[in-house]
Design a binder for this molecule. Structure first.
Ligand SMILES: Cc1cc2nc3c(=O)[nH]c(=O)nc-3n(C[C@H](O)[C@H](O)[C@H](O)COP(=O)(O)OP(=O)(O)OC[C@H]3O[C@@H](n4cnc5c(N)ncnc54)[C@H](O)[C@@H]3O)c2cc1C
Length: 367
């Protein structure tokens, strides 16, 4: 049987950063398994938030990611009451297609020493006396001293039991939709609120547009609407005439988002979970890239230390859980608080941002 010290399932941002960190920190041999052929796109708007930029900086990768994306210098928000606020500043953020971002992250994991195997789906975990000892993949068994599960939202390896809160997210790409250069737009449509829709420019001529909606939301579009009708309704309500000459690039795609207001780490002995597998998505913004990168790094680091020092399972879990709670839980809790009290907060922000100074201060706080 083929054997590795560490097997990582899923080459998204969480899996790539976990594999890279484990390899860099001396975990031994690392295998990164990805079911899709490479390069692949993931259903994602690709907005790199200020926290994502900070993690990429810490990883020493921001300067390599920067040329892959479209720079963002401002955000235009439409509040549920129809007010608009423009927040802008000097710091640059980025919208980047996932096929480019993930390919770079996987390349970096390989450069650090991990073996990347694409087109290879993990089909199950190898269990021995209640502990995971490897993975079944591509019709073979692969032994592992430890496994990191980073296979994304809704994956069979994710956190159990299934979440009580689940969003449906939709994403579509278009050409020939007029937009303000270097500006993302967020639509706090009353039908979606406290969720929202967006328009993110991906290049000088192409945008991605989408929305997320919580299942069973109190206010919302008429019941019984299918996802495609929901998208059309969203576009009519928020972009109207701007869609007149729009040319779709591919079909709209739908994907679940599983947000969380807390870090709840539970997994089988021998494994750690990272990223969307652990539901690390902000319950207000829906952003998960910074959490995926940060949790993947932590999982890789703890795994490497555990293998080098022969730590027992309870210690590994305690340290990983503590590190996640310290670094990631505060922003999840803030996101949860805002999503429950967001309407007055947005109205206040809209009023504050109508002055130049207010707009600057808000952008600074956001970036
Ligand atoms: C419509 C939409 C828009 C979004 N926009 C943003 C945004 O603008 N900014 C932001 O920060 N976040 C955004 N998110 C959230 C973000 O996409 C996720 O939080 C992020 O992708 C999580 O990364 P991950 O590595 O945990 O999982 P993923 O990116 O889902 O990666 C998991 C990988 O595992 C692979 N995999 C799955 N099963 C197996 C298997 N059995 N064997 C091998 N490989 C497997 C998958 O193919 C995939 O490559 C958005 C999400 C959606 C749905």
């Amino acid at each position: 049987m083929e054997r590795f010290d560490v097997v990582v399932i899923g080459a998204g941002p969480a899996g790539c950063s976990a594999a890279r960190e484990a390899a860099l920190r001396g975990a031994g041999s690392v295998l990164l398994l990805e079911r899709e052929e490479w390069p692949r796109d993931k259903v994602c708007a690709g907005g790199l938030s200020p926290p994502a930029r900070r993690v990429l900086r810490r990883m020493g990768l921001w300067s390599r990611v920067l040329p892959l994306g479209y720079p963002i210098r401002a955000a235009r928000l439409r509040t549920p009451g129809g007010r608009e606020l423009l927040v802008s500043g000097r710091r640059t953020s980025l919208v980047v297609r996932r096929r480019f971002l993930d390919a770079l992250l996987a390349e970096e994991a390989a450069r650090a020493g991990a073996v990347l195997r694409t087109g290879c789906r993990a089909q199950g975990l190898l269990l021995e006396q209640g502990r995971v000892r490897g993975v079944k993949a591509g019709g073979a068994s692969i032994g592992a001293r430890r496994v990191i599960l980073a296979s994304g939202a809704g994956s069979r390896y994710g956190l159990r039991p299934p979440p009580s809160s689940r969003w449906l997210a939709c994403l579509a790409r278009y050409e020939a939709v007029p937009f303000e250069p270097h500006t993302i737009e967020l639509f706090f449509d009353p039908e979606l609120f406290p969720r929202y829709g967006w328009l993110f420019p991906e290049s000088g001529s192409q945008v991605n547009v989408g929305f997320c909606l919580a299942r069973g939301q109190r206010r919302g579009p008429p019941a019984g609407m299918g996802p495609r009708e929901l998208l059309e309704r969203f576009l009519r309500r928020n972009l109207g005439e701007r869609m007149a000459a729009a040319r779709p690039l591919g079909r709209p795609r739908f994907h679940p988002i599983l947000p969380s207001s807390r870090v709840l780490h539970r997994s089988l002995p021998g494994t750690l979970l990272a990223g969307d597998c652990l539901r690390l998505v902000n319950p207000f913004t829906g952003e998960g890239l910074s959490y995926a990168l940060a949790s993947g790094r932590l999982a890789g680091r703890v795994t490497a230390s555990a293998l080098r020092s022969g730590w027992a399972e309870p210690r590994i879990r305690r340290l990983y859980g503590r590190a996640l709670r310290t670094s990631l839980e505060p922003s999840l809790r803030i996101g949860d608080w805002i999503s429950r009290r967001g309407r007055p907060l947005l109205h206040w922000a809209a009023r504050a941002a109508s002055s130049r100074l207010g707009g600057r201060l808000i952008y600074r706080a956001l970036s």
